[in-house]
Design a protein around this ligand. Sequence first.
Ligand code: NAD
Ligand code: WQD
Length: 340
Amino acid sequence: MNVLVTGGAGYIGSHTCIELMSAGHEVIVVDNLSNSHPESLKRVEVLAGKSVLFYEVDICDADALSAVFETNTIDAVIHFAGLKAVGESVAQPGRYYHNNVTGTLVLCEVMANYGVYDLVFSSSATVYGDPASVPINEQFPLSATNPYGRSKLMIEEILRDLHVSDHRWNPILLRYFNPVGAHHSGLIGEDPNGVPNNLMPYITQVAIGKLKQLSVYGNDYDTVDGSGVRDYIHVVDLAQGHVKALEKLSENPGAVAYNLGTGRGYSVLEVISAFERASSKTIPHQFVDRRPGDVASCYADTSFALQELGWKASKGIDEMTRDSWNWQNKNPNGFVFESE
Ligand code: NAD
Ligand code: WQD
């Protein structure tokens, strides 16, 4: 298949490009590089041994996006492009709604103009809000606690409405839990701008000496050791889930959501221990107050994805921490070179 990957230069998108190409698909990337570096795609080409057609295009720009559809035959779209920082979304809600929601509306309009109705969308476990219990299945009630999460929820609803209005639309909504890790080569990985918000990149930057110590947000949750529990998933497993979702599109599944997680939760302290084992580094840490908006425990019921997509995560916490460290250790400054 010829697959258009929006946001393909980013963290999850770049790993997915590799898995798509190794499954025999042709990949066309559009990305405005607002949160990524073109070097990531050069490394994707090295790893895949194939070139990637890249367009530096903003998905909000209907004309530029239409030109990509005009010059290429596109069978399906995997839509990663979006802004993803929760705190930033609280400070800049308009920017988040415009980029994420308007961007998706423009994308869908252009897709329909070119007769493309197959779409895999990057949703998030954040759409479950504060879940009443764990594990979380796809039937749980949906809610949002911040503009980022609300943008995902709005997009899910828009995509469901598109399917209701026209059954040619097949939007697959993939709800990722906590993506971590990197390609085992250490050539591509997560390259956050500024001080990371997320746990794993924060830990790797402490390990490499860029940050002094980790603050553990809360030690009094009702969890195994008082720290927050999450379902960390290796980004390569996640990328393979997208290939499975793409295959599912041939069955015209309509609007359907799948959890992509491992089904196993780890506490912050367990992640620190696993990382220390994998890296032989000590991660200095201190407990601080809970972070507002955090939930105690969040992990997936993954049975629907297994049943419907034949997909199951295979990499455990040791591979996740090993590969996160390998990437950080080999690329202390991410994709930005010393000379830049
Ligand atoms: P990322 O920032 O690394 O990748 C997103 C890419 O989209 C970047 O390359 C960015 O430059 C591009 N982009 C943003 N706005 C664009 C626009 N208007 N036009 C064109 N390109 C644009 O993030 P990621 O971690 O790879 O996440 C990919 C998707 O998965 C996002 O939609 C994110 O919300 C979602 N998601 C991520 C996580 C996570 O923890 N990483 C969890 C759940 C869902
Ligand atoms: C994980 C655990 C923290 C940093 C976020 C988004 C979610 C999704 C994934 C996009 C929690 C603890 C963290 C730190 C810590 N993104 N922590 N010290 O909050 O589960 O999910 O990323 O869709 O929408 O909300 O991930 O990595 O920030 O936190 O103690 O410096 O680590 O409290 O328990 P989170 P995270």
